[in-house]
Design a protein around this ligand. Sequence first.
Ligand code: 4AD
Ligand code: MG
Length: 430
Amino acid sequence: MKTTISQVHKYVDQEVKIGAWIANKRSSGKIAFLQLRDGTGFIQGVVVKEDVAEELFQTAKSITQESSVYVTGVVQKDERSPLGYELLVKGIEVLHQSVDYPITPKEHGTEFLMDHRHLWLRSRRQHAVMKIRNEIIRATYEFFNEQGFAKVDPPILTGSAPEGTTELFATKYFDEDAFLSQSGQLYMEASAMALGKVFSFGPTFRAEKSKTRRHLIEFWMIEPEMAFVEFEENLEVQEQYVSYIVQSVLKNCTIELKTLGRDTSKLENIKAPFPRISYDDAIKFLNEKGFDDIKWGDDFGAPHETAIAEHYEKPVFITKYPTSLKPFYMQPDAEREEVVLCADLIAPEGYGEIIGGSERIHDYDLLKQRIEEHKLPLESYQWYLDLRKYGSVPHSGFGLGLERTVAWISGVEHVRESIPFPRLLNRLYP
Ligand code: 4AD
Ligand code: MG
């Protein structure tokens, strides 16, 4: 029976055939252990010299790392392996002999691994992170579908800049100037006025000269937008959503979390509601903690966010930032005009901001004034202003950065490991 590693549990004590690669190998005079991988998982193949033809044992002993094979064998229960099964090998058909695979079981430096990202992806840890990423994407679609959201795809080539003009990737659109999307939000607002509750999932580009463990030049964002939803209700959707994806990964990625050595007790805790702290109180908290470099009106740096996050076991919302720190479209607090109805969600364990969101300005005149104050070209935003002209409603939304979320849930240090082919300040290869 031809099957895959993830399905071997259905064939205990039966013979199966699997297409696989040799991830690693260990052998002695009497026995060879092959670490087999097929994309669905990893399984150990055992070749016992006494039980097989001499030719087969020699093949197993001499086969090189990352050679591709069809392997046949009998599935056996094995309590010690993460998968719970191993394969008693009866035959190996070599499809392709790999020569001098560059990533050996010894330690390699990060730059070397990044130069070989196209191969590094095959490793056990990288495989686990990509599976967790996939589970988060799957759970995202499931969550928003269950909650009655429609998926809408905003354009990638745009003429507008939702998050400020300093980090745009400019390109030519025939004779016009265009930018790669830095957020689909403005288009999602238009879509919410047509479909009520919408979400997008797509690539985002930021020409940010940041070289930190949290920054990518190209990353993927999930952006829900909801008509008739106000500030506090927006936070409730966010905490429900984040709890949902964390619990889905815990349920469906047990092997991957084990492979990564993730402390899952920290993730089990992640259930709505999440704590909220106002920007004002966050500044006071930091000053009391001894950060005297920060005062009201300043933005938080990574050490500030980490200090705040460490105070809580769950992600924490920092709410109502000063208007001057945030983009033009955020709704002011009716009681305090100097702050806006926004929140950043800060992940635990030093992973930083995973969500930025807000209620949006729904008054035509105020929005127009803000566009002018921010020196944005009015003609590019006429369509966006139209949304405030024809049946304007209170509405809110947010953007979750996928890679930061994957890094946090997987427990990997740097976002470069949470996207298949990271685009970094000095890296466009591979
Ligand atoms: O806070 P940001 O810039 O918010 C927006 O773009 C809004 N328009 C979203 C919305 O309301 N629809 O980005 C949202 C999230 C951040 O919290 C972070 O998780 C991620 O996107 N992010 C990055 N991730 C990796 N590398 C970067 N350079 C990132 N910049 C933002
Ligand atoms: Mg932000």
